[in-house]
Unconditional design. Structure first.
Length: 90
């Protein structure tokens, strides 16, 4: 699990960190996930949240979830198609 020192180190490695998303999201199960500087850690795995807080990617940049109204949802094919139509993903 990452602690504040880990987050600080990642910030130093990325001088553009000031615009990274910070907040909390809720899962379907009602759990809260904290996002700090665009990074969420769930069960020891690191995920990245877009600067606007709308998309979640894995460590390889693959879109795995979207965030709408503070809730995290799986990136279904329908949602991905909608994001493509809006020019948000390729």
């Amino acid at each position: 699990m990452l602690d504040d020192k880990d987050y600080e180190m990642m910030q130093q490695m990325d001088p553009d960190h000031g615009s990274r998303y910070n907040g909390e999201v809720t899962t379907d199960e009602g759990d809260t996930i904290k996002i700090k500087n665009g990074v969420a850690v769930v069960d020891g795995q690191m995920f990245f949240v877009s600067n606007d807080g709308s998309m979640v990617t894995d460590g390889e940049g693959g879109l795995i979830a979207v965030i709408q109204d503070g809730k995290i949802m799986e990136a279904t094919p329908e949602i991905v198609d909608q994001l493509r139509a809006e020019g948000m993903v390729e």
